[in-house]
Design a protein around this ligand. Structure first.
Ligand SMILES: Nc1ncnc2c1ncn2[C@@H]1O[C@H](COP(=O)(O)OP(=O)(O)OP(=O)(O)O)[C@@H](O)[C@H]1O
Ligand code: SF4
Ligand SMILES: [Mg+2]
Length: 338
């Protein structure tokens, strides 16, 4: 489906002991939070994939997992066809740390307030021994700042993060993530703490960088609207599983899963004649330590039928390049599972 994957997530599961469950005397009463519950996902070279879902759906857990920071309980992560956790444990761990970079939500917490902007950007180059001398270091830092839209770069060298606006800080964060020339960028809610006016600017900057460098980006957000603006494909996550994935255009125009439709129905559209029927989601996302039987979405699904309590739908094709996990849609039949 995608030309050449840089990242493949294969049936990844991540179980955490549920707080307050189990004890030394009663270990069998231990319950587990299913933060990832069989995630399959791939990301193409040079592609921007939006990963969208409500709070608690497992987005950050997946981000940490593909960063090599949180080994899944089971399943495999492949980076350029190689087992990512074998790389993370072996001789290639420095290469992996260079190749995969992450941007976090909070530009205020991501930067060390006691370092100048120059030192923040120079540090990774020094750790990875990527500058032969001071002149090369200055040149590389200047290029990274310019590419991130902070010009003239020298004016930022001796400033501290507190002297910058939120948008400028996030540009510094982007510059420091890209200074090692990674091939994969994981961006976890990179614009959600910025002013609305700044969001499109930062996402446009990231897209330009992708276009220029062929970077692959996993863009994590709870906001389907920004993913629709920014991503080439969108994956919708619910309670530790991908429930729908497809090209952005198709997800926005022809969503198949009732959860995607509900997320989409609350996005404002400029043309009132194209306004979608609002589908209010009932209740809260259930506790990931106590997954609903059958389809995990059934307690909140407006389309649920009795069979939805019995069948755990798999992610199956719906037309070209789109897949959804719902027994009411799809080109193949869902077999009863549990
Ligand atoms: N270290 C941990 N120990 C126990 N449970 C955890 C841990 N980390 C995450 N969880 C649980 O795993 C589930 C997924 O959490 P995660 O942070 O990945 O969700 P998220 O989609 O990133 O949410 P948000 O949008 O709020 O950032 C949640 O139920 C969360 O409480
Ligand atoms: S399988 Fe049933 S409950 Fe699940 S999304 Fe489809 S209709 Fe809704
Ligand atoms: Mg998160």
């Amino acid at each position: 489906m995608i030309a050449e994957p840089i990242l493949c997530v294969e049936n990844a599961r991540m179980l955490y002991p549920a707080p307050g469950s189990g004890s030394l005397l009663r270990p069998r009463s231990r319950r587990y939070v299913h933060a990832l519950d069989g995630v399959d996902l791939d990301l193409g070279k040079g592609e921007i994939l939006g990963l969208v879902g409500e709070s608690g759906s497992g987005k950050t857990t997946l981000a940490m997992t593909v960063m090599g920071l949180n080994e899944p309980t089971s399943g495999r992560i492949l980076f350029n066809g190689r087992d990512l956790y074998e790389m993370a444990r072996g001789r290639d761990r420095l290469l992996l740390r260079r190749q995969v970079q992450m941007i976090f939500q909070d530009p205020y917490e991501s930067l060390n307030p006691r370092q100048t902007i120059f030192d923040i950007l120079a540090e990774p180059l020094q750790i990875h021994k990527l500058a032969a001398n001071r002149d090369e270091l200055r040149a590389k830092v200047a290029t990274a700042l310019s590419e991130a839209g902070l010009k003239p770069p020298e004016e930022f060298f001796n400033r501290y993060p507190e002297a910058l606006s939120g948008g400028q800080r996030q540009r510094v964060v982007i510059a420091s993530a890209l200074i090692l020339n990674p091939s994969l960028l994981v961006a976890d809610e990179p614009v959600s703490m910025l002013d609305v006016s700044m969001r499109a600017e930062i996402l446009t900057l990231l897209r330009d960088l992708r276009d220029r460098r062929g970077l692959s980006i996993l863009y994590i957000t709870h906001d389907l609207a920004t993913a629709g603006f920014f991503a080439d494909r969108i994956a919708v996550m619910y309670l530790g599983r991908i429930v729908e994935i497809g090209p952005t255009e198709r997800i926005l125009r022809n969503p198949q899963h009732p959860y995607t439709r509900a997320l989409l129905s609350v996005i404002p559209v400029p043309n009132p004649r194209r306004r979608r029927k609002r589908e209010v989601l009932q209740g809260e996302i259930p506790n990931a330590a106590d997954l609903p039987r059958g389809c995990r979405f059934h307690p909140r699904c407006p389309d649920a039928i009795p069979r939805c309590r019995e069948i755990d739908p798999q992610l199956l094709p719906v037309g070209d390049h789109q897949r959804a996990a719902c027994i009411l849609v799809g080109d193949e039949q869902h077999a009863p599972e549990r």
